[in-house]
Design a protein around this ligand. Structure first.
Ligand SMILES: [Zn+2]
Length: 154
């Protein structure tokens, strides 16, 4: 689902709003095996936000993370430049008061490396009021990326 946060490339980012969209996306999580529900909200450079949830599978390896779900939705709609992503997660039985900060897995970080620069922001949140912001360069330094193949991600 595409939402429109009024946050163009040069504008400020509504971090709390992005976190709220990640929580809303978490409601759609399909996680009958881990019971660990994750939601993500991805702000594109153009303004639209794409949300995603984790989608598990009985065969396990086809499982897709919330972050990649959001990225693939945005990429499939033509977006190639992104500004920030909020990620929230926690066990099904836990309420938001018990949430901890959840970071993207290595596979999702590699997807980010394909499309995002070091200034891409990752917001990990326990609530819309309690979040931390990291630069992508902080959480995935020395990444292998398109530049290593002299490719053009666009
Ligand atoms: Zn992941």
């Amino acid at each position: 689902m595409e939402n429109s946060i009024e946050s163009k490339e040069s504008g400020s980012i509504d971090y709390a709003g992005l976190v709220r969209q990640a929580f809303a996306a978490r409601e759609g999580a399909y996680a009958p095996y881990s019971n660990f529900l994750v939601g993500a909200a991805l702000l594109t450079a153009a303004g639209p936000v794409y949300s995603g949830c984790n989608i598990e599978n009985a065969a396990f390896t086809p499982t897709n993370c919330a972050e990649r779900t959001a990225f693939f939705k945005g990429i499939s709609e033509g977006h190639r430049r992104f500004r920030a992503m909020a990620v929230v997660g926690g066990h099904r039985e836990k309420g938001p008061a018990d949430f901890d900060y959840v970071f993207p897995c290595g596979v999702c970080r590699q997807i980010m490396a394909e499309f995002c620069g070091g200034d891409f922001e990752i917001i990990v949140a326990k609530s819309p009021q309690d979040y931390k912001i990291f630069l992508f360069s902080e959480i995935f330094p020395q990444a292998f990326g398109p530049g290593d193949l002299k490719g053009d991600p666009a």
